[in-house]
Design a binder for this molecule. Structure first.
Ligand code: SAM
Length: 229
């Protein structure tokens, strides 16, 4: 059994690819990708010894030690240059994902496919991608109550992909498709921001609208204008 989140990630892996799953934890994703014949080979990278050992044990149990190499190390350090064509980094904050990509850029080639699933700070990650020559080629959003997870697929491109503020915040593909889950996420988010704004209104004695409030208001208005389109 694979969670909705991991299924959504699996769907973005190109057929017959060689993948690296960085921060693989139990190595569930590479085992499944190889088992289903989507990936030919996989590398599972882990920085912590506990999860690394667990990943090794699971790969052995699946009988996949020939196809999946489990490696202990930080980020993309576990790879040699162009060893894989697809890099998956899932289940971490967007900031950590950008740090890992930043430090490991040399390990990737012109044909590398990235599949990223930030738990938070998706806009920061999209901003990093657009500024570093990556183009978003697909996105998905899934709900595992109470969480919403976004999956972002990206590939290299010659020129810069500029994102609007709304695309950066909500995702260019997700924005265009506006699935019911997308609508639910952003309706909830706008309502939460409104509550924070109301609380700020009550706690702040001054009539001056603070930068923080302006920022919330700007975001709420952006979300509402998009949801009402
Ligand atoms: N990728 C799996 C998933 O999506 O279900 C596991 C997510 S788990 C919450 C995050 C994992 O990333 C942890 O096992 C953690 O040890 C690992 N991790 C964090 N920073 C890392 C780094 N710099 N390099 C490799 N692994 C890292």
């Amino acid at each position: 059994h694979l969670s909705r989140r991991l299924h959504a990630i699996l769907n973005f892996i190109p057929e017959k690819s060689t993948i690296a799953d960085i921060g693989s934890d139990h190595a569930h994703l590479p085992c499944r990708a190889v088992q289903e014949g989507i990936a030919r080979k996989a590398i599972a990278g882990e920085v912590r010894i506990g999860p690394f050992k667990q990943a090794q044990a699971n790969v052995k149990e699946y009988g996949m030690t020939d196809m999946i190499s489990v490696r202990l190390g930080d980020g993309l350090d576990v790879l040699s240059p162009k060893e894989v064509d697809t890099v998956v980094i899932a289940g971490m904050g967007g900031e950590l994902i950008t740090e890992i990509l930043d430090r490991g850029e040399k390990k990737m080639g012109a044909d590398t496919t990235l599949i990223l699933q930030p738990n938070i700070r998706e806009p920061l990650l999209r901003g990093w991608l657009s500024e570093h020559g990556w183009k978003i080629t697909g996105e998905a959003i899934v709900e595992e109550s109470p969480h919403f997870y976004e999956v972002i697929q990206a590939k290299h491109m010659a020129s810069e992909q500029k994102l609007t503020d709304a695309e950066r915040m909500m995702g260019p593909f997700l924005l265009r498709n506006q699935t019911p889950i997308f609508k639910k996420k952003w309706t909830n988010r706008a309502a939460k921001m409104r509550r924070i704004l109301d609380a700020l209104d009550q706690s702040e004695q001054t009539d001056v609208v603070s930068e923080k409030k302006k920022d919330y208001l700007r975001k709420i208005q952006m979300i509402e204008s998009i949801l009402n389109k």
